[in-house]
Design a binder for this molecule. Sequence first.
Ligand code: RM4
Ligand code: MN
Ligand code: MN
Length: 433
Amino acid sequence: MTTTIDPARIEEENELRRSWHEPDLAHALDVVGRAGVDGEAVIAEVARFSVAAPSWAVGTGGTRFGRFPGGGEPRTTVEKIDDIAALNALTGANRTVSLHVPWDDPGLGAGATELRAHAASVGIGFDAMNSNTFQDNPSTTRDGAVSYKFGSLAHTDPAVRAAAVDHNRYVVDLGIELGSRSLTVWLADGMNHPGQASFRGQFERVLGGLQEIYAHLPADWELYTEHKPYEPAFYSSVNNDWGTSLLLAQGTGDRAKCLVDLGHHLPNTNIEQVVSRLAMVGRLGGFHFNDSKYGDDDLTVGSIDPFGLFLIMLELLAAGGGTMPDAAYMIDESHNLKDPLEDLLQATDNIQHALAQALCLDRSALQEAQSANDPARATEVLHRAFRTDVRPLVAESRHRNHAALDPLATYRAVGYRAATIAERGSESLATGL
Ligand code: RM4
Ligand code: MN
Ligand code: MN
């Protein structure tokens, strides 16, 4: 049995809100119009944009100190896709899933075919595939013949590197059968102790491994290298920052690009500048949304630094010539306390708001201020966009996708979680980080 959200129930909930939504929308269109912004274009671009949900984010996450799962969480990959379909019914903006293998591995052949058909039946496609050589799993370690304890692609032992390359090739093969077009490689490889390994040797071995994986990609696929400064390697990570990520991508091939995960930066890093640099050289391939206070906290995107998110959106729009550029966008968050679906609803809503605010920027006014060396005026122009109340425009963009004007309230009103508890039980078997 598949638990779903009936679109008629969403429309009923929208109907309850129509009497205030319509005047609010008319007012918002008027306000932005007076500022020279085409509100209809903002609505259309927000409605066009979609961000993938990761298969591992529909279950409760945890820390090394504990995990407190809620009831009704998905037990299988199929149920995870059902949850993402429910999310997408409410937002209209999560049309794909990003699988992490082997956490979610339907197997080649019949398994992949069935999963793809099920996903299609609930309106979900497959975004970037994620490989996993940061843990030892029988299916990735040749049944325990090798271990990634001291690294995967960076390992000194060629047998370990070969197993890691094989796993990535397998993930590509699986992705081909599912209809994906890209592979994201995030590596835990690095050092916990100074002197443990050679910086140069590790880098060269990782580059060699990426080249082998890249050689296996179909012509229409891309490979993304995802940088992260630390954790679990606490002294040095091989792919520690955007510069190293760019070196790896450039050394691997034209269709190797960099993936920016917002949480994978040291505090105060100017992430919007990183986005600008990578886009400038055509190597911005993927994007993981989250927020952080200290490190890779995987907090709800936009919950800590909404202005930073707005500035990042401005750079993405600049790279796309006024619309969001083609990239693999995904929400990468861990939900330890909230119902995972409620967090994903809020994350998507926050992304949509930041996008709408960024679309309200008067770019020619900003360029004039820049040409006139007038930082005070530039600040005014940025703030005018950032402070725009875009809520009715965002709600309308969802409405045009037959989704919810108010996703969280609608999620609660339709009783989706109660339905999954009834179907799946109050004890959760779901795994996640
Ligand atoms: C990493 C990184 C990857 C994600 C894993 C689970 O920190 O963000 O993108 O796949 O966590
Ligand atoms: Mn990530
Ligand atoms: Mn991360």
